[in-house]
Design a protein around this ligand. Structure first.
Ligand code: MEV
Length: 300
């Protein structure tokens, strides 16, 4: 990295409750992880490198990542091709952990550090990039990537931080299956069109997110765990789980988790489990299935 490099960070995320329903105006609860993406921008010619993702591209090619970064830079009034970007990625890509939003926020911050643009511009630029990947994003991924902590998000009011009495430890398990958020979101939209009762599942997912806020406020882990379990069932009903995600969720519950569910768009990606006192057992069981898991402390 050259001396004039500027840097920015975006958090990786987990959605606790309300994924997919948030696209339809329902509330969701999300948390930023300590890990994410750090971007470095320096004067250059439009190269983008992220060794952890085996990503090495040139702005101007027709890949979605190049298009997204070009749009983001345009939104911040900068020619992307006048900069080089180096990304240190601590979250896997396309795994339901908000890698694309973390990347967009990190790059937007690294660019904003050169132009003096404020956080509102950063968020708008990240949203423009997210629209390339996800077509109709609710905005939750960009909000949590920029804000971190635990928060409630809906399309009308945006992000509202939820203060916690103490942080919550979550187990995150990776299925190893990659997927495209936009495919999952359009699959749910098609289902809702063909089978109108599916909309009731969406509304109930919103109710579970509302109940989850009460559980967080009162520190009721058991209620939150039940919420995770019910949400996983409804998300399966919407067709976004997979046999691998179901197996990870079952294994976590067998290991003593109070609740477990897929997190993010589904179709592969990751699950989360709430397992106070049983977290090591959950990780061990996932390992015995050949799946990688880790702990994340949210709301710190
Ligand atoms: C993806 O992290 C969350 C979804 O609800 C899509 C979105 O909100 O844009 C599946």
């Amino acid at each position: 990295m050259t001396e004039n490099a500027t840097a920015g960070f975006g958090h990786g995320k987990v959605i606790l409750l309300g994924e997919h329903a948030v696209v339809y105006g329902q509330p969701a609860i999300a948390a930023g992880m300590q890990v994410g993406v750090r971007a470095h921008a320096s004067a250059g010619a439009g190269s983008v490198r992220a060794p952890a993702w085996q990503l090495d591209l040139q702005l101007g090619d027709d890949s979605p990542v190049a298009t997204a970064i070009d749009r983001l830079c345009q939104r911040l009034g900068v020619a992307g091709r006048s900069l080089d970007f180096w990304l240190e990625a601590e979250v896997p890509s396309r795994a339901g952990l908000g890698s694309s939003a973390a990347m967009a926020v990190a790059i937007a911050r690294a660019v904003a550090a050169r132009t003096g643009a404020g956080e509102d511009d950063v968020l708008a630029a990240a949203a423009a990039a997210e629209a390339v990947f996800h077509e109709t994003p609710s905005g939750i991924d960009a909000a949590v990537a920029s804000r971190g902590g635990v928060g409630r998000f809906d399309r009308d009011t945006g992000w509202q931080a939820i203060p916690l009495n103490r942080p919550i430890e979550l187990c995150v398990g990776l299925s190893g299956q990659t997927r495209q958020t936009s495919d999952l979101v359009s699959g749910v939209a098609r289902l809702c069109q063909r089978v109108p009762v599916a909309r009731r599942l969406i509304d109930t997912l919103g109710d579970l997110a509302r109940a989850g806020m009460d559980a967080l406020a009162s520190g009721d882990s058991e209620a939150l765990g039940h919420g995770f379990n019910m949400a996983h069932g409804l998300l399966s009903g919407l067709g976004v789980s997979t046999p691998e995600l179901d197996a990870l969720v079952r294994a976590a519950r067998t290991a003593g988790a109070l609740g477990a569910k897929l997190t993010g768009a589904g179709g592969g990606g990751a699950v989360i489990a709430l397992a106070p006192d049983r977290a090591e057992e959950v990780l061990k069981r996932w390992r015995s299935m050949g799946c990688y898991g880790f702990l994340t402390l949210v709301g710190k």
